[in-house]
Design a protein around this ligand. Structure first.
Ligand code: ZN
Length: 318
């Protein structure tokens, strides 16, 4: 079977060598932006370990019972642990610790994939550290995170760290064209909007593409009182903050007379042109900074998100 993972070739080869030489570490930390493919590779790693077809280098056959069970989410030795609500909780870590001591049921090892581990509080992380210090020989923990900075140094040092990078725009655009039949000019737009993260591009495609989006109201609004209403919209879908930056970036490009290939929201370029005169270079730069700061504040601290978004909207409208 063809390697189902798109990109990350070096990481895949490294994991194949690891499995071939049976030098699988007790704990891994996969680091990289959201949607870049960490979870896909983690699942693939589990399949590499489980696959019953004995090949050199190890591959994933996709046909054996083990491969099929992983694909359908039914392998008893593979478990995903995801945040409940906004947090990965200490109760979930304790549950893992209870189970991990048992031998695997079908495979040579048990694999635990913990997603979004930056969302552990200190209590949960300290609890997990005990397992990272001495993981049972028959288990592998794969921690996934988009923000390694918030993890304790001791957590990081107990894991083998693999860094995941976004794909270059043209490479991702080619994948979108070849594999997902996206028209070439749309593929580039989508690849830029996704920041090279394939998962994001696919999500966007499933939502109907980045191409029918309307210019966000906050770019057009002039009334400060609208701030509170607009903040409410962002609260409902915080992921829009990232796309908001791409709109401001378009304004910046248009203001500087950059070539149209650089414009992400090319379908709205005429409307954006009409907005350019309202913005100074400094104001756009500050707007981008404000959105980044707010996003980081909400993701990495216990700030009241509603309040942070209201302050952000007020700043953007000024
Ligand atoms: Zn297989």
């Amino acid at each position: 079977m063809q390697n189902p993972v798109i990109g990350h070739q070096q990481i895949i080869e490294q994991l194949q060598r690891t499995v071939a030489s049976d030098r699988i570490a007790g704990a891994y930390l996969f680091v990289g932006p959201t949607g870049v493919g960490k979870e896909t590779v983690a699942r693939y790693f589990a399949q590499l370990i489980f696959c019953q077809q004995d090949t050199q280098p190890p591959t994933v056959c996709g046909r054996c019972l083990a491969c099929r069970k992983v694909a359908s989410g039914n392998h008893p030795d593979l478990q995903f642990i995801r945040p409940e609500g906004s947090l990965l909780r200490i109760g979930q870590i304790r549950e893992l610790q209870k189970q991990i001591v048992y031998e695997p049921l079908e495979a040579s090892r048990k694999v635990y994939i913990l997603t979004d581990v930056e969302r552990m509080n200190a209590e949960a992380e300290n609890c997990l550290l005990k397992t990272l210090e001495e993981p049972p020989a028959s288990s592998v923990l794969i921690l996934l995170t988009s923000n390694i900075q918030v993890l304790l140094p001791t957590t990081r040092s107990r894991c083998q760290i693999l860094q995941f990078h976004p794909m270059p725009t043209q490479e991702l655009a080619a994948v979108l064209t070849d594999t997902f039949s996206v028209a070439p000019e749309q593929a580039t737009t989508l690849a830029i909007a996704a920041g090279g993260a394939i998962g994001k591009a696919i999500t966007q495609l499933e939502k109907g593409g980045a191409l029918t989006e309307e210019v966000p109201e906050i770019l057009k609004e002039t009334d400060l009182l609208a701030a509170f209403r607009l903040a409410e919209n962002f609260k409902d879908s915080p992921e829009t903050l990232e796309s908001l930056v791409t709109w401001y970036r378009d304004l910046l490009f248009l203001q500087q007379g950059a070539p149209l290939e650089l414009i992400t929201h090319i379908h709205s370029v005429e409307e954006l042109q009409t907005l350019v005169p309202r913005y100074s270079h400094l104001r756009i730069q500050q707007a981008i900074q404000t959105v980044f700061d707010t996003k980081s504040l909400i993701e990495n601290t216990n700030t009241n998100a509603t309040l942070a978004l209201e302050v952000m909207c007020l700043k953007l409208l000024k």
